[in-house]
Design a protein around this ligand. Structure first.
Ligand code: C2E
Ligand code: CA
Ligand code: CA
Ligand code: CA
Length: 277
């Protein structure tokens, strides 16, 4: 029994080493990926529910890892955040999204706002204000066409420094939205102090409608709260017509999800947007 226990321990220890090694390897590759520009952005359309027309898009990062195809952010964002690599990655994302938005306009596409996800680490370890200013300056994008998606956990950090930075971002003229709304441990107090423009209802609530009473009640409540505060409300993760119909009946403004389109590369987005105008 004793030997057995030791074997188990050895097995466990060596599998931990394999994990640690894999993480180190991933970290090394990720650092190289930053240097070699191995990232691409895909874009997912956001539609106005009442008219069905495209009103914006969210930029979502992918890692084109040599010999491994396209990696979804779920595979590397957590490590990027822990290691601080999210700062240069996030900077690239902002620059690229702004550059692409201007390129589309120059190609004759109607001006649509582009939404970019921000990580708390970009506030803690990076100079997000400088990064945003420089992305706008270099691209020439009108600030109102850049939307920054914040999570409630970032706002929970409600430190004076974060709040001041967010106020400064509003002064620059960019839009702010709250991502995954309803999933944080938020007191909602930040909604009073911060000039937010948009709430994004988390897909975990949208998934439940119209069937489950709880999900439906939460979606309804968020739409009402958002509208009472004069915010735009968008539902994420809309996959079915029944979900869209329910959201429409609740007066939800916008929708984003596989029902309309998955996130697609820039050239496909241009075609899609033209169809959804
Ligand atoms: P998120 O910001 O909540 O983005 C929405 C995610 O839901 C995306 O996954 C999108 O592809 C997926 N999605 C959209 N519609 C549907 C639908 O109808 N059904 C389902 N099941 N899923 C849908 P993705 O692209 O894998 O991104 C995952 C997360 O990675 C994002 O969640 C965001 O938190 C993070 N992320 C993506 N790009 C960036 C980035 O540039 N910077 C940072 N910091 N985080 C990013
Ligand atoms: Ca998002
Ligand atoms: Ca989200
Ligand atoms: Ca506002």
């Amino acid at each position: 029994a004793k030997d057995n226990g030791r074997d188990t321990y050895h097995f466990f220890a060596s599998s931990m080493n394999v994990d640690a090694l894999a993480r180190m390897e991933l970290h090394g590759s990720l650092r190289k990926a930053v240097k070699n520009n191995e990232f691409v952005l895909h874009y997912q359309p956001q539609i106005d529910i009442a008219s069905g027309t495209v009103v914006g898009m969210e930029a979502l990062v992918r890692w084109r890892r040599p010999d491994q195809g396209l990696l979804a952010p779920g595979r590397f964002i957590a490590l990027a955040e822990e290691s601080g690599l999210i700062v240069p990655i996030g900077e690239w994302v902002l620059n690229e999204a702004c550059r692409q938005a201007v390129a589309w306009q120059q190609a004759g596409m109607a001006a649509l706002p582009v939404a970019v996800n921000l990580s708390a680490q970009q506030f803690k370890r990076g100079d997000i204000l400088d990064t945003v200013r420089s992305a706008l300056r270099q691209s020439g994008l009108h600030p109102a066409l850049l939307e920054l998606e914040l999570t409630e956990s970032l706002l929970l950090n409600d430190t004076a420094a974060v709040m001041e930075t967010l106020h400064e971002l509003k002064r620059i003229g960019v839009q702010l939205s709250i991502d995954d709304f309803g999933t944080g441990y938020s007191s909602l107090a930040y909604l009073k102090r911060l000039d937010v423009d948009k709430l994004k209802i988390d897909q975990s609530f949208v998934r439940d409608v119209p069937g489950a009473a709880e999900g439906a009640a939460i979606v309804k409540a968020i739409v009402q709260l958002g509208h009472a505060l004069q915010l735009t409300v968008i539902a994420e993760g809309v996959e079915t017509q029944a979900q869209l119909d329910f959201l429409h009946a609740q007066g939800c403004d916008q929708a984003q999800g596989y029902l309309v389109s998955r996130p697609v590369p820039a050239d496909e987005f241009a075609v899609l947007a033209a169809e959804l105008m």
